[in-house]
Design a protein around this ligand. Structure first.
Ligand code: THU
Length: 162
């Protein structure tokens, strides 16, 4: 038996320390959460995806009375980007949240299913996706790759046929 450790790399920063491009992307995610349809949770999430062609695609969480039929903001934005620009790599995704119901004291990090979708696109494009998580008090957490958010990820490498 041997215990092993994995190193996960991320950066904590203040909104003001980011580049103009990254600040703009966060502002777009903040605008996006205003369009969230979240009558059941009251938890608003916005996600903005910056593509290699400089386009930004945004999405927000969309809930449903049949709860599992709703979708997180990240997947709304990622699937929209994938549907509109299937061959354009994703550079960065910024995620921001707001709630009237809950006290959010730190960044909200994406659920497992959204990380898995990010992992799929990162693998597909062969290029890392940067993830920027933004909190209501302007704290930011940055990962330069989905690898740091989803260790032991399952991806198409495991589906190679003999
Ligand atoms: N949600 C997101 O949109 N993204 C996340 O990263 C976490 C959770 C949504 C799903 C649901 O509409 C609400 O937030 C509460 O879970």
């Amino acid at each position: 038996m041997k215990e092993e450790k994995i190193e996960l790399v991320f950066t904590r920063a203040k909104f003001q320390e980011l580049s103009k491009t990254e600040q703009d992307l966060i502002e777009k995610a903040k605008n996006a959460y205003l369009n969230a349809y979240a009558p059941y949770s009251g938890f608003l999430v916005g996600a903005s995806v910056l593509l290699e062609n400089s386009e930004v695609i945004s999405g927000s969480n969309q809930e449903n009375a049949a709860y599992p039929s709703g979708l997180c903001a990240e997947r709304v934005a990622l699937f929209y980007a994938g549907a509109k620009y299937p061959n354009t790599p994703i550079k960065t995704i910024a995620i921001s949240t707001k709630s009237k119901t809950f006290e959010i004291t730190d960044v909200v990090s994406p659920c497992g299913a959204c990380r898995q979708v990010m992992a799929e696109y990162q693998q597909k494009q062969g290029q890392n996706i940067k993830i920027i998580l933004h909190s209501p008090n302007d704290e930011v957490l940055i990962s330069n790759s989905v690898d740091d958010l989803l260790p032991f990820m399952f991806n198409s490498e495991k589906l190679r046929k003999f």
